[in-house]
Write a protein that binds this ligand. Structure first.
Ligand code: DGP
Length: 114
């Protein structure tokens, strides 16, 4: 999608600190980090929101969680803990309409979120 920011990142048209690429997924550092580790995991395919993910995306979504697991290990977050978040829709604060998982860690994370 030409007008999608994250599709532009997938196409390498916007410079980004990419940390992993595998299984139809790209992981890169969030430009506005909310924790010492804040990584976004996106499908390279344009899927606007979690609501648009279908049964055909089951493996992709499983791989996204597995990549979050792998990155949490490589950023040494597993002992202290970490959070994986998908904001879906306006009231959840979704601002980029390309499905993404946030991997957050490296500081205490409050619950419930604001
Ligand atoms: P959300 O609010 O859940 O839609 O999260 C979108 C995230 O995307 C937000 O934490 C900031 C991040 N972001 C927005 N634009 C860019 C960008 O150009 N590069 C990178 N690396 N992250 C971006």
């Amino acid at each position: 999608m030409a007008d999608c920011l994250f599709c532009q990142i997938v196409a390498r048209r916007i410079p980004t600190e990419i940390v992993a690429e595998a299984d139809g997924l790209l992981a890169f550092k969030d430009v506005n980090p909310q924790a010492p580790t804040h990584i976004l995991i996106i499908p390279t395919e344009h899927i606007p929101t979690l609501v648009d993910a279908t049964q055909a995306h089951t493996t992709l979504m499983g791989n996204a969680l597995h990549l979050a697991n792998r990155l949490a290990r490589s950023y040494q977050l597993t002992s202290s803990g970490f959070r994986v978040v998908i904001n879906c829709g306006p009231e959840a604060g979704q601002s980029v309409w390309h499905l993404h998982l946030h991997l957050l860690g490296g500081r205490p994370l409050r619950w419930p979120p604001g």
